[in-house]
Design a protein around this ligand. Structure first.
Ligand code: BGP
Length: 460
């Protein structure tokens, strides 16, 4: 076998409560910003399919977990929905939710699948958004209480916890680029949201440690290596600033416990710093993670700006760079994203060399395909050889990184089963398992069978 991985390697996939559970207003669950946004602006969602239309994990988790075992999962990540566990945002847990999450965890453990549990996957409870969402310190405290409740209830069964999945995405979507509710475009508010998210993260980490829990706690970040067009100093500077905004704004506080001084200086210069309070710095320092989840889909390629910035325009990261399409780049023709497998290795070696070789794993990587039914074989199975190539090409670079001392402990595909993907709904299919939207029927794709084999043999 050419690419052999450690026996302890985590093989599995990732999902999230809001994208898979369904029952979005059942079982005592209160609405999130997604239920609300869909109710007021359904036309913003692909084919007007909203958060109630998922793969119904809430009802079918036992069947799904059986399928996970069948395709060789030894680990699986999902999230606990804040609005399900604490319908009022704070206070007493909803007993139906407690029963559901215990049953789900028991089922995973009974099948030998280690649960990885994340606490926030873009699903702000509406009751908390009404209090200001991440712009409010009250919500920061409420999140820390929710986290503490989860650790108390489920800490005996869950030893791998994550505070946030891709915390930059609600910042970008909700406060900069208009693809999440509340659809604000305002950098300073975005910076406050980003900052408060990290305070919430740190408070949750503190709560975990103060309970004397015996597992690990981390965060899941979508890292997009920033590549300059050329080695020209202006291009290098552009790439460095993009890296500060889009990677280091979360990576540095999460792993080093403090913000990069260059980023702070830049925001100060443009009067964009969020409001800080005494004690914040010590809190952030206490939030350093044990384990980092790395989501990697595509690189970010930038060049120096070609036009001067109009100082009257609203402040944006793009004041400092232009995007750049590398000639000859490889594209995923079905999703419009660049495929650059080496990016995953560059992330791992950067963590090894500049972030104390923090233990990490690939917590999402995957290939979205629009119109995947065109790859249905005669026997009704999706023949997704493109996904097998995508995953194995990335795994080769992960393997190389491990061979060179990077502490990458596992690989999770995004995602287990085709799922509801926010305003893209079911536009792009990502799963190892195909979901028939009409009947709800599940069918293992060719990639799922391939993955079962890789996981059982420990390589390929
Ligand atoms: C990641 C998110 C997932 C999922 C995925 C695919 O950023 O963590 O929740 O949405 O992206 O996204 P899309 O369906 O837009 O291609």
């Amino acid at each position: 076998m050419q690419y052999r991985f450690p026996d302890t390697f985590w093989w599995g996939s990732a999902s999230s409560a809001p994208q898979a559970e369904g029952a979005s207003l059942q079982g005592g669950k209160a609405p999130t910003i997604w239920d609300h946004w869909f109710a007021i602006e359904p036309h913003r969602f692909h084919q007007q399919v909203g958060p109630a239309d998922t793969s119904t994990f809430y009802q079918h988790f036992r069947d799904d977990i059986a399928l996970m075992a069948q395709i060789g999962h030894n680990s699986f990540r999902t999230s606990i929905a804040w609005a399900r566990l604490l319908p009022e945002g704070r206070g007493e847990p909803n007993p139906e939710a407690v029963r559901f999450y215990h049953a789900m965890l028991d089922e995973l453990l009974a099948r030998g699948i280690t649960p990885f549990i994340n606490l926030f996957h873009f699903d702000m409870p509406m009751v908390m958004q009404e209090k200001g969402g991440w712009e409010s310190r009250e919500v920061v405290d409420a999140f820390a209480e929710f986290a503490a409740t989860c650790f108390q209830l489920f800490g005996g069964k869950v030893k791998h916890w994550f505070t946030f999945n891709e915390p930059i995405v609600p910042v970008e979507g909700g406060y900069l680029y208009d693809f999440h509710y509340p659809n604000v475009v305002d950098f300073r508010r975005a910076a406050t949201v980003a900052y408060h998210t990290m305070l919430a993260h740190a408070k949750a980490v503190q709560a975990y440690r103060s309970q004397g829990q015996d597992g690990q706690i981390g965060i899941i970040l979508n890292l997009t290596p920033s590549y300059p067009r050329s080695q020209h100093p202006a291009d290098l500077k552009a790439a460095n600033i993009a890296d500060l905004f889009f990677n280091r704004s979360f990576l540095d506080p999460a792993v080093r416990g403090e913000y990069p001084s260059e980023l702070v200086a830049l925001l100060r210069e443009y009067d964009q710093l969020p409001p800080c309070e005494p004690g914040d710095r010590a809190l952030l320092a206490a939030g350093k993670v044990d384990l980092l989840g790395v989501n990697y889909y595509q690189p970010r390629r930038v060049k120096a700006r070609s036009n001067a910035v109009n100082p009257a325009s609203p402040f944006m990261p793009e004041w400092f760079f232009d995007y750049y399409e590398m000639p000859g780049r490889k594209m995923n023709p079905h999703r419009g994203w660049e495929i650059y497998e080496k990016g995953i290795y560059d992330i791992l070696t950067n963590l090894r060399d500049h972030y104390g070789n923090i233990p990490c794993f690939i917590s999402e990587n995957g290939m979205g395909v629009e119109g995947e039914e065109k790859f249905l074989g005669e026997d009704g199975q999706i023949q997704d050889d493109y996904r097998i190539a995508f995953v194995s090409d990335h795994l080769r670079w992960v393997h190389k990184g491990i061979g060179e001392g990077c502490q990458c402990l596992g690989y999770h595909l995004w995602t287990f089963i085709d799922n509801w993907s926010w305003s893209n709904a079911y536009k792009n299919r990502y799963g190892f398992i195909r979901l028939d939207l009409e009947s709800g029927e599940r069918r293992i794709k060719k990639s799922g069978e391939w993955f079962a084999d890789v996981s059982r043999r420990g390589g390929f």
